[in-house]
Ligand binder design. Structure first.
Ligand SMILES: *Cc1c(COP(=O)(O)O)cnc(C)c1O
Length: 432
């Protein structure tokens, strides 16, 4: 579900007219829908009702404190990949006792912090890391709850930069040697083996790689339960979204061509596929969704500055750039582009929508048929709620955009637009 739709000729998020937001707060601006975030969380929770489970929202997808608080209020746990993300969860009122800590390069400071806050589990990515965690825990007089991330060597069939479950990826411990890793870890003094984890990649749109991974790893999980008494099996995140929301809603909207091939995996199909296999393990099942929860819950609105007609192409230059939303440049991410003013049927032109950043990779689409919008008008880049603002940078000394959370008819600034003074402040001292 998503809550972005035309109403009275203008694109709305829930009951709020996005043109009002762009007039009041300027552009570029990220706008998130609280109803969509809640709906996605609840749908996933319901789809798993048949098994003992916990949802660990992947904080890195969208880590704004207000987004975390909304999910904490729903009862969500959190999958974190840094001490900074743990700090965010705590500030937002989340429970560290419901946090899992992933990532290949945890530092001493991060491990100490997570131990002090008594997180639910460290998801370790190498034996070396577990040895180090045991040492740090020993120094603190604590026992660290640990799971290994297993690399099941299955092909997630996603973009190579977001595939994580193949032997050649840096993530996890090879399936072939994982049993030995558990055996050695079980002898470490300050470790308690609590679970098993995997995560094969992101933006998966077919069920088959998930089934393959779950079927391959479930017997191992059962064995580890019998041998070491582990209590959970985390199957990671990775459920893809439709970057073309009209497909998901099934509505015949003007901006899409219906394509059966592209029909995404629904969360219900995903659950129906994996639950029967997981149920047999008798373990608590953890999921770490990021994109599924937040992706279609946000848009980036940006204003058109110029239309530039080149000899080969027509460029629409907008005031958001790759520093605000890097997905297209980083891994060829697709975003639907719609004007805030409802377009008239059939009136389209083939254009490149590009940002102001001095990089050829700074584009949001190329040679795409888009409805007419003119300089001075605003457009929305849909499905920008995950891996959008969190990856934004100050490249080209461009301040970070404002973030706004809509809930019904209420629109609240949840992070003000950054100013140049914010950016310069920490550098000025050196000039004095
Ligand atoms: C990034 C990540 C996730 C979330 O991935 P999505 O594709 O956003 O669902 C979950 N678990 C781990 C370990 C991750 O690194």
């Amino acid at each position: 579900m998503h809550s972005f739709h035309y109403h009275n000729g203008s694109l709305h998020c829930e009951d709020v007219d996005l043109t009002t937001i762009s007039d009041q707060h300027g552009t570029p601006a990220y706008v998130y829908s609280a109803a969509t975030l809640r709906d996605h969380y609840r749908r996933l929770d319901m789809a798993l009702a048949d098994i003992d489970h916990a949802i660990e929202y992947a904080v890195k997808a969208n880590s704004n404190l207000s987004v975390l608080k909304l999910l904490a209020d729903e009862g969500s746990g959190f999958d974190i990949v840094s001490g900074g993300e743990l700090r965010r969860v705590i500030e937002a009122g989340g429970d560290p006792g419901k946090c899992t800590f992933a990532g290949v390069g945890k530092t001493r400071e991060e491990i100490e912090y997570a131990l002090a806050e008594e997180i639910y589990c460290f998801n370790a990515e190498s034996e070396e890391e577990v040895v180090f965690i045991s040492k740090v825990a020993g120094e603190m007089g604590k026992t660290a709850p640990v799971a290994f991330r297993v690399n099941p060597n299955v092909d997630a069939k996603t973009h190579k930069y977001i595939s994580t479950g193949k032997s050649e990826n840096k993530f996890g411990v090879d399936f072939e040697v994982i049993e030995d890793a558990y055996a050695r870890a079980s002898k470490l003094p300050n470790i308690s083996l609590r679970g098993l984890q995997m995560h094969i990649g992101s933006q998966l749109t077919s069920l088959q790689p998930f089934i393959e991974a779950v079927e391959k790893v479930s017997p191992l999980a059962t064995m580890l339960k019998e041998t070491y008494g582990i209590e959970f099996f985390s199957i990671g995140g990775g459920v893809g979204i439709v970057y073309d929301p009209a497909l998901e809603s099934g509505k015949d909207q003007w901006w899409t061509e219906q394509d059966e091939e592209q029909k995404p995996l629904t969360i219900e199909q995903y659950a129906q596929g994996v639950v029967p296999v997981l149920k047999k393990t008798g373990l608590k099942i953890l999921l770490e969704p990021g994109r599924y929860i937040a992706g279609n819950a946000g848009v980036l609105i940006t204003s058109c500055l110029y239309e530039k007609r080149g000899s080969a192409k027509t460029f629409r230059i907008v005031d958001a750039g790759m520093n605000d939303l890097i997905r297209p440049a980083l891994y060829e991410g697709h975003h639907e582009i719609v004007p805030l003013r409802a377009p008239t049927e059939g009136n389209t032109t083939s254009v490149d929508v590009v940002g102001p950043v001095c990089e050829t990779g700074d584009f949001f689409c190329q040679d795409r048929e888009l409805p007419d919008f003119q300089p001075g008008e605003a457009i929305a880049l849909l499905s920008s709620g995950a891996y959008g603002f969190v990856m934004a940078s100050n490249y080209n000394s461009r301040p970070l955009p404002v973030e706004i959370l809509v809930d019904g008819s209420d629109a609240r600034v949840i992070r003000p637009r950054q100013t140049m003074d914010d950016i310069l402040e920490s550098e000025r001292a050196a000039l004095r």
